[in-house]
Design a protein around this ligand. Structure first.
Ligand SMILES: [Zn+2]
Length: 215
């Protein structure tokens, strides 16, 4: 199972890197290989996600002890544990896209970002209609991972219906019951972030109906 999980995470790394979502060794991915006692396959720290090798995927337990793979667990591993415990997730994925960085900044003071009325929302687990209103909470960024994990955990509890969470000027965390579902959530949310970001940009430039106009 860890070998299969490692190959799957490497493929996701190439795919997300090609989209510009995990540049410069940013982002991290994990998948639960055993729920009890918890074992996790997770990307090592400071590795190029576009050129991931299976040896860079670590097999760790819930104390962050490494049982396989080369390198150290990512500094953000605590956030993965927090999400897995609070949501019962089977996989957690984290990206640093341009649009999530911009929107988490511009909506940071609101404490979150509302997304409503888009067909693509139906790609989120349990959502049946475009009329769904998704609230993506935004948490201030923090280099103290213990404190940040605590904040992420309490935010998840306050927003039990959320499918993702943004760290301000940092990036997106989402999850799924399976790795495939977590990948789908990244693609859906990144699509929606870009759509909302571009729409806001066009409107600021004086466009109507989302069409930009040159002055
Ligand atoms: Zn990050």
């Amino acid at each position: 199972m860890p070998a299969e999980a490692a190959a799957a995470l490497c493929a996701i790394g190439r795919r997300f890197h090609a989209r510009g979502w995990v540049l410069g060794t940013s982002g991290n991915f994990s998948v639960v290989t055993c729920p009890d006692p918890l074992r996790l396959s997770i990307t090592g720290s400071s590795v190029d996600k576009g050129a991931l090798e299976t040896s860079q995927i670590l097999d760790i337990d819930d104390s962050c002890r490494v049982h396989g793979g080369f390198g150290n667990p990512s500094a953000e591993t605590l956030l993965h544990f927090e999400i897995i415990r609070r949501r019962g997730a089977g996989a957690v994925l984290h990206t640093h896209s341009v649009w999530s960085t911009l929107l988490s900044d511009s909506h940071g003071l609101d404490g979150g970002l509302a997304i409503e009325g888009y067909e693509m929302l139906k790609g989120l687990d349990g959502v049946r209609t475009h009329e769904h209103r998704e609230w993506v909470p935004i948490v201030p960024n923090d280099q103290d991972m213990t404190r940040l994990a605590r904040e992420v955990g309490s935010t998840l509890d306050r927003h039990p219906d959320a499918h993702g969470i943004l760290l301000q000027r940092h990036g997106l965390y989402t999850w799924g019951a399976s790795l495939a579902e977590a990948v789908r959530h990244i693609e859906i949310l990144e699509f929606l972030f870009e759509t909302i970001g571009r729409t806001a940009t066009y409107r600021t430039r004086g466009g109507q109906h989302g069409i930009a106009q040159d002055s």
